[in-house]
Design a protein around this ligand. Structure first.
Ligand code: GH3
Ligand code: MG
Length: 327
């Protein structure tokens, strides 16, 4: 905690310094001119430099630049504006004091300086400075905590929309996006398609290779399906267990069948051995497709039910195939 005395008179500087030191203020720095004070405060630096100075005692009448103008410049500096300034003046003319307060001075002391008055004013200014510092530290801490909270919330909302195993969207996220895409399609009268994918004989896969391998297989299938999707609005999500769902906005049934077939083939190309499957030597999927132009008379659940029914038909007509829902 340092106090800076700015005074062109050497006698005054020595006197005030001694008085302060006698009252236990051990770190007292002096400057002969306003410019020397600016140097000490680092005012010529482009960025804020940390200063030890907690209080400035500023003489008013000085050559080159008077104490009031110096006070105004220090207060205009965003790095230094919280340092209290007490002006030391030979006159207590109202006009001088008014100018000093307008320039940002906190208090004044008249010359000749009286020891008790100096001590009282310095103590009260330092107390205020301490409180300002405490408040600023609390504010900085609060800003930091808020930033951390915002980051954590962002991460939480990202995680809450992802499936823990496969890393693709989860069912909750699918439902949000589907609802949004449905309303958009109904509003604009555009087409929307939905695919339901289900691994064939996956129970046998787990029984043969174990649950861990089963989990790895689900990850590969999710990644393969995701790679097929090219448009920014397309979304693949894990609907649950070994079932996946794909949303294809602004896509006709014919387009959706193409995507479904591309996904089915991409999963075949992964060539994940499935020795217990009655339909192929590798992992395969069945896909149900529903879609078309959305009107306000339709319900969002209609497409889901139709895609699910088409999936059921794909299963019952031999698996490892794509089936389109009847309207
Ligand atoms: P289908 O061709 O008729 O779909 O037969 P399926 O064996 O795939 O269908 P079923 O519904 O009988 O079995 C689904 C299996 O998927 C059973 C379940 O243990 C497995 N499964 C579901 N979720 C997970 C998972 O997160 N990890 C693993 N490893 N297996 C899962
Ligand atoms: Mg299955």
């Amino acid at each position: 905690m340092a106090i800076l005395i700015v005074d062109d008179s050497a006698d005054s500087r020595v006197l005030v310094k001694r008085l302060l030191e006698k009252n236990g203020f051990s770190e007292v720095i002096t400057a002969e001119t306003a410019f020397a004070a600016f140097d000490l405060l680092g005012m010529d630096q482009p960025a804020c430099v940390s200063t030890r100075i907690d209080l400035i005692l500023m003489d008013v009448i000085m050559p080159d630049m008077d104490g009031i103008e110096a006070c105004r410049l220090i207060k205009a500096n965003r790095c230094l504006k919280d340092i209290p300034i007490i002006v030391i003046t030979a006159s207590d003319i109202t006009e001088t004091l008014e100018r000093a307060f307008t320039a940002g001075a906190m208090d004044f002391i008249t010359k000749p300086v009286k020891p008790l008055e100096l001590k009282a004013r310095v103590l009260s200014a330092l107390k205020i400075k301490y409180e300002i510092d405490q408040r600023k530290a609390r504010e900085a801490e609060l800003v930091k905590v808020l930033e951390e909270l915002e980051n954590a919330n962002r991460e939480l909302s990202r995680l809450s929309s992802l499936d823990g195993l496969t890393g693709i969207a989860n069912r909750r996220h699918f439902e949000q996006i589907y609802d949004m895409e449905w309303r958009r399609a109904a509003r604009t009268g555009s087409e929307l398609s939905v695919l339901f994918l289900d691994l064939d004989f996956f129970k046998y896969y787990n029984d043969t290779y174990g649950h861990q391998e089963g989990d790895d297989c689900l990850k590969q299938v999710a990644a393969a399906a995701g790679q097929v999707l090219k448009r920014p609005g397309d979304l693949v999500a894990r609907y649950g267990g070994e079932e996946f769902v794909v949303i294809l906005p602004e896509t006709s049934i014919a387009g959706a069948v193409e995507v479904a077939e591309a996904i089915r083939q991409a999963i075949e190309r992964c060539n994940i051995p499935h020795s217990a499957s009655p339909v192929a030597a590798h992992v395969t999927v069945s896909v149900g497709v529903a879609g078309g132009r959305v009107t306000l008379a339709d319900k969002p659940s209609d497409f889901i039910a139709r895609a699910d029914k088409a999936l059921y038909e794909a299963k019952h007509s031999g698996r490892n195939r794509v089936k389109v829902a009847e309207c």
